[in-house]
Design a protein around this ligand. Structure first.
Ligand SMILES: [Zn+2]
Length: 372
C-alpha cells in the first residue's frame, strides 16, 4: 500500500470511527485495483451510508493527480450501461484488452477534417450513447494493447504509450510514471516474461511506448523473451523520416529493440504457424498493417489505426488528420470494412472506446462495428 493512501485511510478510520479493515481494503482496490475490481469497489464506496465517508472518498479522487482518466470514463460507461469487457474468445483464441488510458482526445471536428458540423449533429446522439463523444463534442479514445493467446503463443499487439518518455507535445504522456499498464498486464494474468511476440501495427508514438523501459539510464526491451515484429516498409519509412529530423518514439522505443537484436523486420508474407498473418493496410502510415489471427480463417483481426472512432465505420471516407495519406487511408478503410462485413471475424481496433471490439455489419452506405 502506498504511504499517502495509508495515511489517508488511517485518518479516515480514526476520525470517523470506521474500524473496518474491509473499508481500507476497498479503498485500496478502488484506487489501485484493475478496472473491473476498481469499479466494483467504487460502487461499494458510493453506497456507504455515512455521507462524510462517501464524500471524502470522492474528494480523494478529485484531488489525486494520479487518478487515471480511464476509471472516470469506466465509471461513466457503467452508469450508461456500456459493458467494460476486457476479455474475449474467438475460435481457439483468448483475447485480452490491456487499457493504459481512456479519455478525451481531440475535438471531433479537429480530428476528422472531413466531418462537417451538420454530419456531427446527425450522429451526436448515438456517438454519445456509445461513449465515443462527450458533451463538448470531443472524441473519447482508448489507448490499449491486445494480448492474444493462441494454442502455441502469447502475442502482444501494439504497446501503447510507455513510461519515462519525453513527449512534450502531450503533457499527460510526457515523462509519465503511472503503473496502469503493468497493473493491467498483471490483472490479466501476464508478466512481461510471458510475451513471445510483440507486434506493432505501425510505429506511431502510442503504439510502441512499452516496447522499451528505462533501466539504469538505458532503454531496454520491456518484454525480455519476445521477438518484436515490425513491418519492413514501415521501419524504412521511419528510418528515413528520423534521418531528416529526429523522431523521439522511434529513437527510444524502436531502435533500442533493433540494437538488442530482438526485432524481426518482416514482409507481408510473414506468418506465425497457421494462426497469424499480416494484412497490409496502408494510408494511416505507409507501412501500416493489420494482423489477422485464427487457424485457417480470420477469427479476429487487429486493425490498429486504420480507424480511430466508430463514426468512421459509418462514413469510411472520414480520414483522421494523422493519416499520412488521407485518400489512401479512406480507400483502405472501406476495403477493410467490406472484407469483414457480415463475417464472424471479431474486429479489434486500437482506439475505439470500451468495449472496443465488435463485428462489422452493413449500415446504409457504410458499416457499423456491433459490440459482442
Ligand atoms: Zn497511429
Amino acid at each position: 500500500m502506498r504511504p499517502r493512501l495509508s495515511i489517508f485511510s488511517a485518518s479516515l478510520v480514526l476520525a470517523l470511527n470506521v474500524s473496518d479493515l474491509d473499508f481500507v481494503m476497498t479503498m485500496t482496490a478502488a484506487r489501485y485495483g484493475p478496472p473491473e475490481q476498481a469499479l466494483a469497489a467504487m460502487d461499494i464506496l458510493a453506497n456507504i451510508r455515512i455521507p462524510a465517508v462517501r464524500d471524502a472518498h470522492w474528494l480523494f479522487y478529485a484531488f489525486s493527480s494520479r487518478q487515471p482518466h480511464s476509471l472516470h470514463f469506466a465509471r461513466k460507461r457503467q452508469r450508461q450501461g456500456i459493458p467494460m469487457s476486457l476479455k474475449f474468445a474467438a475460435g481457439d483464441l483468448t483475447i485480452h484488452r490491456i487499457v493504459e488510458d481512456e479519455g478525451l482526445f481531440l475535438p471531433a471536428l479537429d480530428m476528422l477534417p472531413g466531418l462537417t458540423p451538420e454530419l456531427l449533429a446527425e450522429n451526436r446522439a448515438w456517438m454519445k450513447a456509445a461513449g465515443a463523444l462527450d458533451d463538448s463534442d470531443t472524441l473519447i479514445l482508448a489507448f490499449q494493447s491486445y494480448i492474444v493467446k493462441t494454442p502455441h503463443h502469447t502475442i502482444l499487439i501494439d504497446s501503447c504509450i510507455g513510461n519515462d518518455k519525453p513527449r512534450p507535445g502531450r503533457p499527460s504522456w510526457n515523462m509519465k510514471t503511472d503503473d496502469n499498464y503493468l497493473r493491467g498486464l498483471a490483472a490479466a494474468g501476464f508478466s512481461v516474461g510471458d510475451i513471445d511476440y510483440v507486434m506493432c501495427t505501425h510505429l506511431h508514438v502510442d503504439h510502441v511506448g512499452w516496447n522499451t523501459r528505462l533501466e539504469n539510464g538505458r532503454w531496454v526491451p520491456t518484454f525480455p523473451n519476445a521477438r518484436y515484429v515490425f513491418d519492413k516498409g514501415e521501419f524504412d519509412y521511419w528510418t528515413e523520416t528520423n534521418a531528416k529530423a529526429e523522431v523521439p518514439p522511434f529513437v527510444d522505443s524502436v531502435l533500442p529493440v533493433v540494437e538488442a537484436k530482438r526485432a524481426d523486420l518482416v514482409g507481408n508474407d510473414f506468418v506465425i504457424g497457421d494462426h497469424v498473418r499480416i494484412l497490409p493496410t496502408p494510408g494511416h502510415t505507409p507501412g501500416h498493417v493489420a494482423f489477422s489471427f485464427g487457424r485457417g480463417k480470420d477469427d479476429a483481426v487487429f486493425a490498429g489505426d486504420l480507424m480511430h472512432s466508430p463514426i468512421q465505420t459509418h462514413y469510411p471516407e472520414l480520414s483522421a488528420k494523422f493519416d499520412v495519406d488521407q485518400a489512401q487511408a479512406a480507400k483502405t478503410r472501406r476495403g477493410f470494412l467490406e472484407r469483414y462485413c457480415d463475417t464472424d471475424t471479431l474486429c479489434c481496433p486500437a482506439h475505439f472506446p470500451s468495449p472496443t471490439v465488435g463485428k462489422i455489419k452493413r449500415k446504409g452506405n457504410g458499416f457499423v462495428c456491433e459490440t459482442v
